[in-house]
Ligand binder design. Structure first.
Ligand SMILES: NC(=O)c1ccc[n+]([C@@H]2O[C@H](COP(=O)([O-])OP(=O)(O)OC[C@H]3O[C@@H](n4cnc5c(N)ncnc54)[C@H](OP(=O)(O)O)[C@@H]3O)[C@@H](O)[C@H]2O)c1
Length: 284
């Protein structure tokens, strides 16, 4: 495949910001789609567009070979992604790589997984060369607990269940591989870390890396919810509780080989994440 031009949505986000250098390393030309002109990405072409604005999105898609769709966590996430996929087809862009989520299923009790499944089903039927990436829980989501980790603890309603959580750098590396090579049409890749870990094991890895004692405390869902209620809208908080109930039921513990298969490198372990983020988490 000749060096493609790739439109990256969510370019300022967790996966998008790691995807850009990964694509550049593979020789791709990157067009970063950002919604705020004051938050452009240095070193690449930028285009200003909000997913809510179909005209701007259609203009952003002009002339690209492939698009990476990363949805914001929004109540209308499915609608926005379906609109984006339709614009990909209408503008003649050949290829779409969709960021979904581990366990996406139309009958899931987790709203985010139902929304992702709805988008996947739509993308599969509109005649695109598409690939779905279904990452598990992001290890980088631990950074949201930085304030309490600084005090030596973090809490979540997950009990002793293990999750094959993934480092977002590996999601980005996998996406870059798919966007710059052939043979992925119509495929769905479940992206996980190299093993399933409990939150107590995560705390242990953070303790080793930071040299400070960090403990995990299981939190009843209602306590967790009351701590977040002031910061997170209720629809999102309810969705987050559904996500955690799914993890606590042990439904997100499978380990898949897709990261290594796609990138040629093993997926990063929690010990790698902890070491690389010890500065941020240890000094928070
Ligand atoms: N967190 C996890 O553990 C996890 C696990 C599996 C899958 N996922 C999936 O990952 C996706 C999002 O992840 P995240 O919460 O970590 O977010 P994120 O990708 O870190 O941030 C959201 C990105 O979307 C951009 N954005 C927001 N609203 C937009 C709009 N209306 N138009 C265009 N761009 C917009 C944001 O731009 P600004 O900088 O302008 O805000 C930002 O770049 C979701 O689909 C989620 O289901 C997450």
């Amino acid at each position: 495949m000749n060096a493609p031009t790739v439109l990256v949505t969510g370019a300022t986000g967790t996966v998008g910001s790691a995807l850009i250098p990964a694509l550049q390393a593979r020789g791709a030309h990157v067009r970063a789609m950002v919604r705020n002109p004051e938050r452009t990405v240095p070193g690449v072409e930028n285009v200003i567009a909000d997913l809510q604005d179909p005209g701007a999105v259609a203009a952003a898609l002009q002339g690209v070979d492939a698009a990476f769709l990363n949805s914001p966590s929004a109540e209308d996430a499915a609608e926005l992604q379906i609109q984006f996929a339709d614009l990909v087809r209408e503008t003649g862009v050949k290829r779409l790589v969709l960021l979904s989520q581990y366990g996406a299923r139309t009958d899931s009790p987790v709203r985010f997984l139902r929304w992702h499944a709805e988008v996947e089903a739509h993308v599969a039927k509109i005649g695109l060369d598409y690939t779905v990436l279904r990452p598990n829980l992001y290890l980088q989501a631990l950074l949201l607990f930085a304030a309490t980790i600084a005090q030596g603890w973090f809490a979540a309603p997950i009990g002793t269940s293990a999750v094959s959580a993934i480092d977002t750098r590996d999601i980005a590396a996998s996406a870059a591989a798919v966007l710059t090579s052939t043979g992925h049409e119509g495929k769905t890749y479940t992206l996980t870390g190299p093993r399933a870990v409990t939150h107590a094991e995560i705390a242990q890895a953070l303790s080793v890396a930071t040299g400070k004692e960090i403990t995990f405390q299981d939190a009843p869902p209602e306590v967790f919810a009351s701590q977040l209620a002031a910061f997170v809208p209720s629809w999102q908080l309810d969705g987050l509780l559904e996500d955690y109930a799914h993890y606590a039921r042990g439904e997100a513990a499978e380990v898949h080989a897709a990261v290594a298969d796609l990138t040629g490198m093993p997926a990063r372990d929690i010990a790698d994440f902890a070491r690389d983020h010890a500065g941020i988490l240890g000094d928070a």
